[in-house]
Write a protein that binds this ligand. Sequence first.
Ligand SMILES: NC(=O)C1=CN([C@@H]2O[C@H](COP(=O)(O)OP(=O)(O)OC[C@H]3O[C@@H](n4cnc5c(N)ncnc54)[C@H](OP(=O)(O)O)[C@@H]3O)[C@@H](O)[C@H]2O)C=CC1
Ligand SMILES: O=C(O)C1=N[C@H](C(=O)O)C[C@H](O)C1
Length: 267
Amino acid sequence: MNEKIRIVIAGPRGRMGKEAVELVSETASFELAAVIDRMNEGKLLSDIEGFRGLDVPIFTDPAECFQHSNADVLIDLTTPERGYLHTKTALEHNVRPVVGTTGFTSEQLEELTALAEQKGLGCIIAPNFAIGAILMMKFSEMAAKYFDDVEIIELHHDKKLDAPSGTAIKTAEMISNNREVKKQGHEDEKETITGARGADFEGMRIHSVRLPGLVAHQQVIFGAGGQTLTIKHDSYNRASFMSGVKVSVETVMGLNTLVYGLESILD
Ligand SMILES: NC(=O)C1=CN([C@@H]2O[C@H](COP(=O)(O)OP(=O)(O)OC[C@H]3O[C@@H](n4cnc5c(N)ncnc54)[C@H](OP(=O)(O)O)[C@@H]3O)[C@@H](O)[C@H]2O)C=CC1
Ligand SMILES: O=C(O)C1=N[C@H](C(=O)O)C[C@H](O)C1
């Protein structure tokens, strides 16, 4: 019988973290080794309401967690600052990170890429784990060959910390593979209220909507003479991300570099 993949989850009490705990508990080839939580240091996860039967240790300090848990993989679903620290510490302790946390800077991504390379370790940083969202990004990249003008509207719940979303940034980066830098709109346009035209990524605009009731949604609207093309994806719950988390954990075990975005590891 193959050995189980031993997993640490950072952020187990969060919206995504709870789903990830459930995924790992229900997957026969996975084993929850420990969790990283800023509260409840020294307790067991089973001491916290909602995690009955999960007798795994809780650590606050990531280094201590990796020293004691004999983990293969870290799943990080926290905040930009903590997620970066957890990912870096995991690599330093030869643990392969699968990171859903968004909001890392380009410099942080470059530093983690170099560290994974130096350690010869797999690491997956995925701005979106939902298959539909990955297809939305790929279709947008394809459409950019034929349309010079595009705006991205991302819509999320109002508890989200980062804007634009990681998905919107990744979408803009993929579109830019097939698009020349171009300032869109009227050359003399002026914002009478600052921010009206959204964030500027190489001349394409990204608009961030935050409202209670939303989960995670995005529209990519291409325009040309007499027509528009809209590519749209909606996640209505966090379970929609979990098949991507599962594939990422399985895949990262066989990688020896950092992969940013799931599009390159899906067949
Ligand atoms: N890649 C993808 O497909 C997806 C990515 N995401 C991303 O995942 C991340 C988590 O999202 P979500 O679950 O909605 O967020 P939540 O706010 O629900 O959960 C965040 C978790 O991180 C913990 N946390 C916050 N600050 C710290 C800290 N200083 N140290 C340790 N832990 C801390 C929180 O604990 P506490 O309760 O104590 O604050 C909580 O458990 C976000 O970056 C989001 O953008 C979300 C959905 C899909
Ligand atoms: O915070 C969220 O909820 C989400 N964050 C990710 C992002 O920033 O793109 C993925 C998804 O959109 C949900």
